[in-house]
Unconditional design. Structure first.
Length: 312
């Protein structure tokens, strides 16, 4: 996350304020305050100070950010703090609850920021869903897309070469072929809950404690959403049914696909329920036995699709 002064500094540096003295004048801050900002930008790999000159790092997402900042002088107010994280999720329509889940931010924080974005015309609302207003802010879509691609490849909290599935201010979920002294999560923890699977990949998160069952399952959903493997989808679905009492209230886009499959529907990339039943029974799960607790909840459909069931 970037502060207002960090974003202002980036804009001023790109426009020629390439040393601390000039930059401090443009920002109306003291030399030490400005130097602290430049050091912070350097630690975030956005700029660097060399021989008294400040350079902007060359990267697609930084160029996209500068395009937005220079097009609209007030955009730094919206993009600061959690703004950029929220914008990065709005390349497709999403409800506040989903944005909160993807970013790790409280729903109150998300709502407050989105209200500000709407006042500036950055975000449009359709029923209960929010998305970037590309008609008024086309460069904002470019920024969100390039920022997401950058985060998929690089995060200072994970070892180089890892595959990143989710990153937010609080946590990053990643995998590697190597065995590491990191906190295991996602499919690497499924064995604790009665679903032993052969893994050639180790899944980790940046938590400094053991994740609980909800966190383990949510982290596996991040993996499913990113890798789109039919096998990952099947195992996650089995976990969802086996431990539904513990994880039923988790909200994530993959959950809607799971509920569609469990109610007999077909979803691209998902094996039909009947074909998964034999594997499910190995783990003590019968998709067709007794009460099926997995149904289309009215509230979830309204949140995800933006319509009332009676509309269809």
């Amino acid at each position: 996350m970037l502060s207002k002064n960090e974003l202002r500094a980036l804009s001023e540096i790109s426009n020629g304020a390439d040393n601390v003295k000039v930059l401090s004048g443009e920002l109306d801050l003291s030399g030490p305050q400005t130097y602290k900002i430049v050091r912070s930008l350097s630690s975030k790999e956005l700029a660097r100070l060399r021989n008294g000159t400040i350079y902007i790092e060359k990267s697609t997402h930084i160029a996209a950010l500068l395009n937005v900042l220079n097009d609209s002088p007030d955009s730094y107010i919206v993009l600061s703090d959690s703004g950029l994280e929220i914008i990065s999720t709005l390349t497709e329509p999403r409800p506040v609850s989903e944005i909160s889940s993807l970013t790790g931010l409280h729903q109150t924080t998300v709502t407050r920021k989105i209200d500000l974005m709407r006042r500036m015309g950055m975000v449009r609302k359709e029923r209960t869903l929010y998305s970037i207003n590309a008609d008024l802010w086309p460069k904002l879509t470019t920024l969100a897309t390039s920022y997401n691609k950058y985060r998929e490849l690089i995060d200072p909290r994970v070892p180089f070469g890892s595959e990143i599935y989710h990153t937010s201010k609080d946590i990053v979920v990643f995998s590697t072929k190597r065995t590491m002294n990191k906190t295991a999560t996602a499919f690497s923890k499924y064995g604790l809950y009665g679903i032993d699977i052969g893994l050639g990949t180790n899944y980790y998160c940046s938590l400094d404690r053991e994740p609980n069952i909800k966190e383990v399952f949510l982290h596996s959903l991040y993996v499913v959403a990113a890798d789109q493997s039919w096998r990952s989808k099947m195992i996650a679905l089995i976990f969802f049914v086996k431990h539904n009492d513990a994880v039923y209230d988790i909200q994530h886009p993959v959950i809607l696909d799971m509920k569609t499959v469990l109610n007999g529907g077909r979803v691209d990339g998902w094996v039909p329920l009947k074909e998964m039943q034999t594997r499910a029974k190995i783990y003590g799960v019968d998709f067709y036995a007794g009460r099926n607790p997995i149904v289309y909840e009215r509230d979830y459909l309204v949140q995800r699709k933006g319509f009332e069931p009676s509309d269809h």
